[in-house]
Structures are given as structure tokens and as C-alpha cells.
Design a protein around this ligand. Sequence first.
Ligand SMILES: *Cc1c(COP(=O)(O)O)cnc(C)c1O
Length: 359
Amino acid sequence: MGPGPSTVPARILQAISAPTLGHLDPQYIGYMDETCEMIRQVYRTKNALTFPVSGTGMAGMETILVNLLEPGDEAIVMINGVFGGRMKDNMERCGASVHAVEIPWGKSFTPDQFAEAVAAHPKAKMLGVVHAETSTGALQDLSGVGDLLHDAGMLFAVDAVTSLGGHDVRVDEWGIDAIYSGTQKCLSCPPGLSPVSFSDRAIETMEARSSKSRSWYLDVSMLKNYYTGGGGRAYHHTAPINMIYALREALAIVLEEGLDARIARHREMHGLLREGLEGLGLSYIPDHSLCTLNCVAVPDGIDEAAIRRRLLDEYDIEIGGGLGVFAGKAWRIGLMGESASKRNVTTLLAALKDCLPAG
Ligand SMILES: *Cc1c(COP(=O)(O)O)cnc(C)c1O
């Protein structure tokens, strides 16, 4: 019940131990195509260029940025926690001049703040924002942002690492041009892949580059032949075959449950947890809390690490501590994928009650 990895169902662990096929074996290519199609369904997109990057969520972030930005470009990044800060760092490493819009941790951006950022930096090529800021537990409303950016001729880049599979993510409806996620959070798969998707607008931008992407490994102009079959399935790097088996199984589990039902389950478990935590006198830090990551303030005078240690030693429950400015001041409780269950919520609440000082 930390900020990931979440509990992995046995079906996925079995899938990962299937015999390793070759990365150009037609049977394996079939599995990969099925995996890409299921990623499209979970992202609610028709984008042809949708595939799992070999690497964790951070590799997805780098893939988006290193392919869409070139030296000399301008970019806007919205920062309200750790991961927005990492986006800025990565944008700078791509050679872009970055305009950061920062608000206090735990807050979410208003539509006006997006509009002001776009008006202040009209030459920006892209705006990047985190949908689910895992360091603070804040959910960002993304509706309307895509239209605003497209009217200004900008691309919309989104981090959906802690939302995909737990919150609604509507790539086409929200006009998202480039998005990445990770396997080990709400998809309940082991860490190791990052599902990404690019719109046609993003593809045109990549095709119009005047310089090569600064990363060879993450260069989409080469990767796309392998993943989409365009121009033949050329070898680029050996795909992480068994991780694809795992992701294929994880996505099948998501779609068997049904996206809407799964999102409703996360909402319901969040409601139950929130009621219990507030009943214990704990308060949520963000104004607009995620369902998938619950960030509460540690009461004064409590050694938060000692309580996490007791939860782990006595109850086999892992929760997260604070990150960045919240280090030592917050607990981060994940309700991600398989871990978002009534059993987990009621057990954690009882355990916390036992560990917190009475009254
Ligand atoms: C976990 C996380 C990442 C990074 O993913 P890794 O799998 O650790 O590389 C990026 N963004 C957000 C919002 C995350 O929660």
C-alpha cells in the first residue's frame, strides 16, 4: 500500500514465467500487437503510435521529451511536486528553454493558471503536466487544457504514471498529444515497462525535427518500425519479452474487470479509507485528492518512520513516507490496482489505530 509497486496478481507472475520467445517470432509479435491494442483501450485512444517503452515510468517521460523537444525549443512545465520537477530537468536536458509555473505542493492547477501560462509564453512548443502527482497525492483536472493548447499551436504532454488503471484517462477526448505511464502502479504489474502514446500532431512534430533525438535507445523514429510494423519489423533492441507477457496479462485483467468498474472500485476504496483516516484524526494534504494515492499529514510529535516500521514488521503492510518537501511530514498510502481492496483498507485502518497513540 505504498506509492508502488502494488501487489501483483498470481496470474501475472505465471505469465512472466512462460518460455522466452524471440523478439521477431511471429507468435511473440502477435502478443505484442495485442498488448499495444489493449494499451490503446486503457488510454481510450485510437493513436496508432502506442507501445510499451522498455524501461520504467521515467523512461516513458524521457521518450516523450527527447523525441518532441529539440535544442532551442521553448517548453512550459507545471510543477506542484517531485514529478513536475523531473519533467523540467528532462526538458532542459533536451536543450529546451523551460518556463516553469510553480504552485505550492498539494495544490492543483486551475484552468486560469493554464491559460495564463500559455498567454505568457506564446512561443512554447509544448506544455507538460502531471495528471496524478504521486509525491503530494494531488489529482489534476485535464479537461479543456488540450483545446487551449491546440488553439495556441502547442502540444499537450501528460504524466499518467499513477492514474492509468485507477483514474479516468481519456487521451483522445482530452486532446493529449503525448502520454506515458508505468506498469507497477495501478496496472499492478511488476516494474519494467512504460506504455506511451503519441497523437498524429505529435508524430508530425517528430517528423519535422531538424536534429536527431539526443537518445538513441528511445528514438521513436527507429522504434516505431518495430512496434507498429511500418517498413517491416526491424531489430532495434531486444524487447523485454517476458515483461510483455506480464503487461499483456495485466491489461487483460484490467479489461476483464472493465475500465469503468475498476475506476469506480478505486473511488469506493478511497472513500472508505478517507472516512477511516479522518476518523483517526488524520487530515489529507491535497485539495483534490487522488483515489490511488492518499497523502495525509503526520500529526505533530509522531515519529512517522517508526510507525511505518511497525506496520511492516507487525502487520506486513507497507505504506510510503513523504517525498521532497513532505519528507518526515506525510504518509502516502497507495490504493493501486490489486491493492485497492476492502481487505487492505480495513486491515490498515485497524493496524494504524493500534500504532497511533490513543486519543
Ligand atoms: C512513479 C512515477 C514516475 C516514475 O516511474 P518509475 O517507474 O519509478 O520510473 C513518474 N511519474 C509519476 C507521477 C510517478 O508516480
